[in-house]
Design a protein around this ligand. Structure first.
Ligand code: CAA
Length: 390
């Protein structure tokens, strides 16, 4: 039985900061951010967007054409949760009018949480093949104004319906996985911004890739030549290029040429260059980018996935693109969303970054911004109040 991704939705904030504007403000050569990190724009979440609204908008797309009553579980992956107790997915469950006979839970392991959710969803569907599971990965990445991580900040959400007889991608069972307790990136409960040892995290990302790929190779009997495209976790786009070069060197003794690099990962990077890091969503935003932007039909092609979550857990697995995947893909809406966003000035970005919500339970009405179909409207008595827009 084939199990995998039946549909995909991707959403990011309607506001962005051009990376050249940020470079100017920080007195840094723009080429460092554009070439050295591979970023063009940074999505900035206004106060009325949070991981719940971003996720609900992505889920709305992913659920198009799927009867709500088919959804037996909603797995919400985030590392920028809005509550220490209640799963953010429960708000999404209400906003999307999902059936009450539906399990909802939140999963966290840095940027790896989404892949854990996908693998758990596959297992749930294997037990009950007539059911479908909605996976939503959603995050807002924050490192702090003026920090080395600032140009990699961003936000976004991806939602995927996992089912038997999937229309987009059948997930293969073989995988490599590695867990190790390390402190490369973390965010204590009392902090709004992540603490990160950036260079160390990039080294670990690559080491764990090499280790998990070896495991995958042993288990599947497949090598690099059996995989046509690679979706990497994307903390910034250049990270994928560097990691892919390291994987080629380790497996084949030489780095890939620029044409190979372009064919194997080029199309996975378009969306990340426009949004910045969306943590748990980033790897699957790479998949949406590949499916939407590849000029070559991808039917029958194998895609390798490398998911890395600091702390750390890494996993390498693969999937095969299904015949007719373009039929209900919904690419046009995503392309339109990305091309019709609002540019912010540096002052506008910093004001959104510094916007604080009360922590004493007092009432706050959130200003109106350009958002998708859902918004955070107010905070009252420590409760977040979400509403549908038009
Ligand atoms: N023109 C072109 N390139 C330039 C340049 C210029 N004028 N100036 C610098 N560069 C290049 C550098 O050579 C470097 O490229 P190489 O690594 O290929 O040599 C690149 O730009 C970045 O320069 P630095 O290494 O000097 O940058 P930095 O130290 O200021 O910050 C960073 C880089 C450490 C990645 C920082 O952005 C950071 O801390 N990011 C957050 C952590 C992160 O993204 N880690 C990734 C792995 S962990 C993970 O994946 C989980 C997660 O989501 C966080």
């Amino acid at each position: 039985m084939k199990i995998g991704l039946d549909s995909i939705g991707f959403y990011t904030s309607r506001y962005y900061l051009d990376i050249e504007e940020l470079a100017r403000a920080r007195c840094v050569d723009a080429a460092k951010y554009k070439v050295g990190l591979g970023q063009n724009r940074m999505s900035v979440a206004p106060p009325s967007e949070d991981p719940v609204t971003l996720g609900a908008n992505a889920a709305l797309q992913a659920l198009e054409g799927t009867p709500r009553e088919d959804i037996a579980a909603l797995l919400f992956a985030t590392e920028t949760s809005v509550d220490q107790s209640k799963a953010g997915g429960i708000y999404i469950h209400r906003l999307l009018d999902l059936p009450s006979r539906c399990r909802v839970v939140e999963l966290k392991q840095a940027c790896y949480g989404s892949t854990a959710a996908v693998q758990f969803a596959v297992a749930l569907v294997a037990r009950e093949p007539s059911s479908k599971v909605l996976v939503v990965a959603s995050d807002i990445s924050r490192y702090g104004l003026g920090s080395p991580g600032e140009p990699t900040q961003g936000c976004g959400a991806v939602a995927m319906v996992v089912s038997a007889k999937p229309r987009l991608l059948a997930i293969e069972p073989e995988h490599g996985v590695h867990t190790e307790e390390v402190m490369d990136f973390w965010r204590p409960n009392y902090r709004q911004e992540a603490v990160v040892d950036g260079k160390y995290s990039a080294r670990l990302y690559t080491q764990v890739l090499l280790e998990t790929f070896e495991q995958y190779k042993r288990e599947s009997g497949r090598g690099l030549g059996d995989i046509q495209h690679f979706c990497y976790h994307l903390p910034f786009s250049r990270m994928a290029e560097k990691a892919h070069a390291a994987l080629h060197k380790a497996q084949l003794g030489a780095a890939p040429g620029s044409k190979t690099l372009q064919v194997q990962i080029g199309d996975t990077l378009h969306y990340n260059r426009q949004t910045g890091n969306s943590y748990s969503a980033a790897i699957y935003a790479g998949l949406a980018s590949l499916l939407d932007r590849s000029e070559q039909p991808l039917e029958g092609r194998r895609v390798g996935f490398y998911s890395y979550g600091s702390g750390c857990v890494g996993e390498f697995f693969s999937g095969v693109v299904q015949p007719g995947y373009r039929r209900d893909l919904g690419s046009a809406a995503r392309l339109e969303m990305l091309s019709s966003r609002n540019a912010l000035s540096i002052e506008g970005y910093e004001a959104m970054f510094n916007y604080a919500i009360p922590t004493d339970g007092s009432f706050l009405e959130i200003p109106i911004h350009d958002v998708g179909r859902f918004r955070l409207a107010a905070i009252r008595d420590h409760k977040r109040i979400y509403e549908a827009v038009n």
